[in-house]
Design a protein around this ligand. Structure first.
Ligand SMILES: [Zn+2]
Length: 429
């Protein structure tokens, strides 16, 4: 990666050529995205196409199959081992490098997802159109031709870049990187304080770091976005409260993945995350292996928008509880109401068990506050809590834990950070 020579955050690290190609792709993709979403019987048409053009399904069926019930559940390992078997032989695009993205590698190997134009447009552009349906003043906060959507990343792999958003009145989405070095972080805070931010989008842990920097930096003003969207990590209630207080606006929680695009997002009623069902089919795999539209278990995703790389009944690796019904916002259908993701629900202490929620509530009660923490089972039924916070914080934390769980043994480890930059923060291992 090239070293940053200056702290001028208006300078992109990706080339003008890259920006030009990206804008060209977006303009070309927009009508194709509309056409695909309005395609009659999209989900069945997608399955028929996959059974004809995707090697894995062509070999399995020898003929067009339109019924999802006939498709088997596919694991991430199947995609890792035989990636090309799930890529349609109908697509050849010389701009392929712009239409590929790697999944976050926190949970093992990364998977390179190949997009076609509609699915490229959906994740990079249309996600914001979908958010706008639940953020009433979003469009009036956008400034055409100016940066007004900011995505903050802490991944060392990401580069600073700007993207023109034709679907957002030509406003510019600017991705900035946090955590490179102290000078760049200060410049980033000053830049964001001056900017008119219609939407700030980042992982919760990145927003908390940003709020801490903003609070510690002198000078006038504060970062003041009109709206904040979180995705990429679980949003815990205590972190949400800190983000809302720190940025002075409400937070919308969203669930997205490279394999599926935007999967679900909240509305202002906060009844859970409503599933995007126009092109996605979300199923729940219960402990006994049965599949259904609601319940608690592993999530299976079928993404009928991406005709290039087939994800059908794909076990995405997240556990959740899905319900169905009407919400005050007008949504009528599936809603993800609990999203423990890949996290542990309880810890044995030798005699019984303590839930992750109880431990989280105890840590949140410590004063001075713990900034971030992670819980893991240790040896001899000890529960290990790694924590980030001010020195001396372990005394207060130990006292709270002793008071609430007198029989349990905890091991407290003060660490400078929970995970590597760019990783997904997980609280309960
Ligand atoms: Zn709703």
């Amino acid at each position: 990666m090239p070293a940053i020579q200056r702290d001028d955050l208006t300078a992109d690290e990706t080339s003008r050529e890259n920006a030009r190609v990206n804008l060209g792709l977006a303009l070309e993709a927009y009508p194709l995205w509309v056409e695909r979403l309005t395609c009659r019987d999209l989900k069945r048409a997608f399955l028929a196409e996959c059974s004809a053009a995707v090697p894995h399904y062509r070999n399995l069926f020898q003929g067009a199959v339109r019924d999802l019930d006939r498709f088997p559940v596919i694991d991430r390992a199947d995609h890792d081992d035989r990636r090309l078997d799930f890529i349609s032989t109908d697509f050849e695009d010389p701009r392929g490098e712009f239409l590929r993205i790697s999944t976050n590698g926190t949970f093992g190997r990364t998977l390179r997802v190949a997009w076609d134009l509609p699915s490229f447009f959906d994740l990079n552009h249309a996600s914001y159109l979908r958010f706008s349906t639940v953020l009433p003043a979003f469009f009036s906060s956008l400034v055409p031709g100016e940066p007004s959507v900011f995505v903050i990343s802490d991944s060392p792999r990401d580069l600073r870049t700007s993207v023109v958003m034709p679907a957002l009145d030509g406003a510019i989405l600017r991705r900035l990187i946090l955590g490179r070095d102290e000078m760049t972080d200060v410049a980033l805070v000053e830049h964001l304080r001056r900017a008119r931010i219609a939407l700030l989008h980042a992982k919760p842990s990145v927003l908390l770091d940003l709020i801490e920097l903003d609070g510690a930096h002198d000078g006038g003003g504060r970062i003041a976005p009109a709206y904040v969207v979180c995705s990429g990590e679980n949003l815990y209630p205590d972190d949400r409260a800190r983000i809302e207080a720190g940025l002075g606006c409400s937070v919308l929680d969203a669930y997205a993945a490279s394999e599926a695009g935007l999967i679900a997002y909240e509305c202002r009623h906060r009844t859970g995350m409503h599933v995007v069902t126009d092109h996605l089919t979300v199923e729940v795999e219960a402990g006994d292996g049965s599949l259904g539209p609601t319940g608690t278990g592993q999530l299976l995703i079928t993404n009928a928008l991406n005709w290039r790389h087939a994800f059908i009944r794909y076990r995405i690796g997240d556990r959740a509880t899905v319900t169905s019904g009407e919400c005050g916002c007008g949504h009528d259908g599936q809603t993800i109401v609990a999203m423990p993701g890949r996290e542990r629900a309880a810890y044995g202490d030798g005699t019984g068990s303590i839930t992750a929620e109880e431990i989280g509530a105890a840590v949140a009660a410590a004063d001075p506050p713990v900034k971030q923490f992670q819980v893991a089972p240790g040896e001899d039924h000890r529960i290990v809590i790694s924590w980030v916070g001010r020195p001396g914080g372990d005394t207060a934390l130990a006292a709270v834990l002793r008071g609430r769980f007198p029989g349990a043994r905890f091991e407290l480890v003060n660490v400078p950070a929970i995970n590597l930059p760019g990783g997904k923060l997980r609280r309960f291992l």
